[in-house]
Design a protein around this ligand. Structure first.
Ligand code: HEC
Length: 142
């Protein structure tokens, strides 16, 4: 299993990037962001994506201000949990933000051929969320 995992990730990565122009110029985090988040949060993270009008009044956050709003420290854990959708996701009020932990998990189930062990699936999910978190850290305005 250990040796197989990188090969699966690579082949899945190539599978995805073949359909997306310029994917090879992006980091994994940026690629995931443009695919999964930009529709609501906007291509540059400013919270003005095209899907915004269809949300039931919820306003996607400006993701370039997370660090500023947290006293100059990028809130790693909050961001990770906002994406993963932890147990207390709804503690912050309404939850119009999709739970990406489950989406990524589902993606593995649907695309893999049964080779992913539960642990490998969690690694896949975790690596996506970490890559996104890192990408968001890189677009903070200050
Ligand atoms: C369907 C629209 C939608 C999509 C797609 C979406 N979000 Fe969100 N997001 C929201 C909304 C709306 C909020 C505001 C909180 C709420 O209403 O749940 C939010 C909040 C957040 C927050 C919390 C910010 C804060 O200040 O508390 C983070 C971080 C975040 N989104 C990251 C992401 C990432 C990363 C992705 C892609 C994996 C993503 N979002 C995809 C709609 C979306």
């Amino acid at each position: 299993m250990r040796a197989m995992f990188p090969a699966i990730i690579l082949s899945m990565g190539f599978g995805v990037s073949a359909t997306a122009p310029h994917a090879q110029d992006m980091t994994l985090g940026e690629f995931e962001y443009q695919n999964s988040c930009a529709a609501c949060h906007g291509p540059a993270g400013k919270g003005n994506g095209p899907v915004t009008d269809f949300l039931s009044g919820a306003v996607p956050s400006d993701l370039t201000q997370l660090q500023k709003n947290n006293g100059g420290v990028f809130p790693v854990q909050m961001v990770y949990e906002a994406i993963a959708g932890g147990a207390d996701a709804s503690a912050h009020g309404t939850r119009d933000m999709p739970i990406w932990g489950n989406r990524f998990r589902q993606r593995v189930t649907e695309s893999a051929d049964g080779y992913f062990s539960p642990m490998a699936t969690e690694r896949y999910v975790n690596s996506r969320i970490l890559a996104l978190t890192e990408y968001l850290a890189s677009i903070q305005e200050n």
